[in-house]
Design a protein around this ligand. Structure first.
Ligand SMILES: O=C(O)CCC(=O)C(=O)O
Length: 206
């Protein structure tokens, strides 16, 4: 099955994203999609993640990455059928296909929650080195299971930085410091933010 047929199977069509949404993703490198999850779905996913954090204990996250000051889990693809929504939702798939084109696959499905007083990450891209504008290798989606507020560790992004052809460490003395153009993504639980993974971003302090 080719990619277009596969996407159609999941309900992706030419109008799944508006032209304004495609333009926003191209310009800013990220696109918040509102009301993707109902409050029941948010609660169901959050409860399951809490259960997994308790059950996995010190091993939680080891399949991919552990990070001090956070609760991380990995390989969620294999941990509950409820997580399948995260890689089959037509609006999310349409946005990812817009960034990556006709060839892409799921890389991983993980969760991250910054613990109180923790969670600040350096600005980074989720690829080892900078890429030329348009030569994008990875696209991510963040599924908000809590409201993202000014103070609870919301993700910061530098709009348009995916088009810079540079990595934060090439231009910032300290990528953990605030960037003059950064913004925090503030949005209610149930929102999904699709972002071109070459857009500079990072978790902030909870
Ligand atoms: O949780 C976040 O806000 C961002 C996480 C992130 O960028 C990462 O772990 O690489």
């Amino acid at each position: 099955m080719n990619m277009q047929t596969a996407l159609n199977t999941f309900g992706v069509g030419p109008d799944t994203l508006s032209q304004a949404e495609r333009d926003q993703l191209d310009r800013d490198g990220f696109l918040p999609l509102s009301d993707i999850l109902t409050s029941e779905q948010v609660m169901g996913l959050a409860d399951r993640l809490d259960e997994l954090v308790r059950a996995e204990g010190l091993a939680a996250g080891t399949e991919v990455h552990q990070e001090a000051g956070t609760d991380r889990l990995a390989d969620l693809v294999n941990k509950d059928a409820r997580f399948e929504l995260c890689f089959t939702h037509p609006r999310v798939l349409a946005a990812i296909a817009h960034v990556l084109g006709d060839e892409f696959k799921l890389s991983s499905l993980n969760s991250r929650a910054a613990l109180p007083g923790q969670g600040l990450q350096s600005l980074h891209a989720d690829w080892g080195s900078a890429v030329a504008p348009g030569d994008y290798k990875v696209c991510n989606s963040i599924w908000l299971l809590d409201d993202f507020t000014e103070t609870n560790g919301a993700t910061r992004v530098v709009p348009g930085s995916h088009r810079s052809g540079k990595a934060p460490r090439e231009v910032m003395d300290d990528p953990s410091a605030a960037h003059p153009d950064e913004i925090k993504i503030l949005a209610p639980a149930g929102t999904v933010v699709v972002f071109n993974s070459h857009t500079w971003h990072g978790g902030t302090l909870n």
